[in-house]
Ligand binder design. Sequence first.
Ligand SMILES: Cc1cc2nc3c(=O)[nH]c(=O)nc-3n(C[C@H](O)[C@H](O)[C@H](O)COP(=O)(O)OP(=O)(O)OC[C@H]3O[C@@H](n4cnc5c(N)ncnc54)[C@H](O)[C@@H]3O)c2cc1C
Length: 322
Amino acid sequence: MSDIFVLIEHRQGKIRDISFELLNCGRKLAEKTNSNLTALLLGYNTENFVEKIKSQAHRILVINSEVFKDFNSESYQIALSEILKKETPFITLIGHTACGMDLCPALATQMEFPFTTDCLDVDVVENKVKVTRQMYDGKLNAKLIIRENPSYLFTLRAGNFPSEESSLKTEIINIKSSVTEPDYRKFVEYIEAVAGDVDITKSDIVIGIGRGIKEQENLSMIEEFADNIGGVVACSRPIVDADWLPKDRQVGSSGKTIKPKLYIAIGISGAFQHITGMKGAETIIAINKDPNAPIFNEADYGIVDDLFKVVPVLKEKVMELK
Ligand SMILES: Cc1cc2nc3c(=O)[nH]c(=O)nc-3n(C[C@H](O)[C@H](O)[C@H](O)COP(=O)(O)OP(=O)(O)OC[C@H]3O[C@@H](n4cnc5c(N)ncnc54)[C@H](O)[C@@H]3O)c2cc1C
């Protein structure tokens, strides 16, 4: 069987976390299929990147060119299609990120690869390629067998393959690329989102509040509770859409990814877009009046009750303990 390939994603001079998750998934697939894992690295001044991922793959194919300093799906597609035609990997994994979503549909169409997006898992069982992806807003996981083809392309959702140490002997292969500045798209500027007063990615304790809070004025109860236990308040997307909290407090696929020691989800149903952002928390407590809310599938501890009854009691207990 030919190799497993993963695309290394980087931004502003840093390798993005998803790349290490892809490498982890790729290593598992390579082991299972008795093949090698190749990391594709397109960038500029790539030495630092190579240093960070060395030992995580059997090979790193590097294109070091100013054209790849910043992500541009047009130039990436040209370069990757050239490599994929030449190398014909068995499975190529790319992050289900803004970059992956921008790049992969056109790349898969050009290559005529079977392509499945937003996979939670990719596996090879008895020579059949199987992927797991969610359906019906995360209510069920579908396991799909992909039609047979020499090569496949998948995007992988973040948060399912934690980065792991690895000590592979890595061959580094530099490739010359003829790709020049693309015709249609140009990278203009990277604009960092304005930082708010609270950075929810830095706190050990995060209280996530969702639509169950009902009214904006009820947020003060949650803020008091968060102060009480030394945490910060984050939220699901509807709370941001309602303008009750700023965008930088949103947890999830279109918000922030957080990995606190403790995440308390209050009045949050647990849509997959939210789960993606918080499933890396060490301990998850969910408070929800609906016993079937999907958030309980992720929670280590769950309280099925009205949040307006539970939060004051918790606050009181914390005060007592203090
Ligand atoms: C492209 C896209 C990107 C998205 N990105 C994100 C994202 O980054 N982050 C995100 O969060 N969402 C995101 N969403 C939205 C997501 O699909 C859900 O709609 C959203 O997460 C639901 O928020 P919620 O859980 O607060 O609300 P709901 O789904 O309405 O859930 C409210 C919950 O509160 C419970 N509840 C109600 N009253 C009480 C009470 N008194 N006591 C206890 N429990 C109570 C209910 O049982 C329910 O489970 C995205 C959607 C799309 C399409």
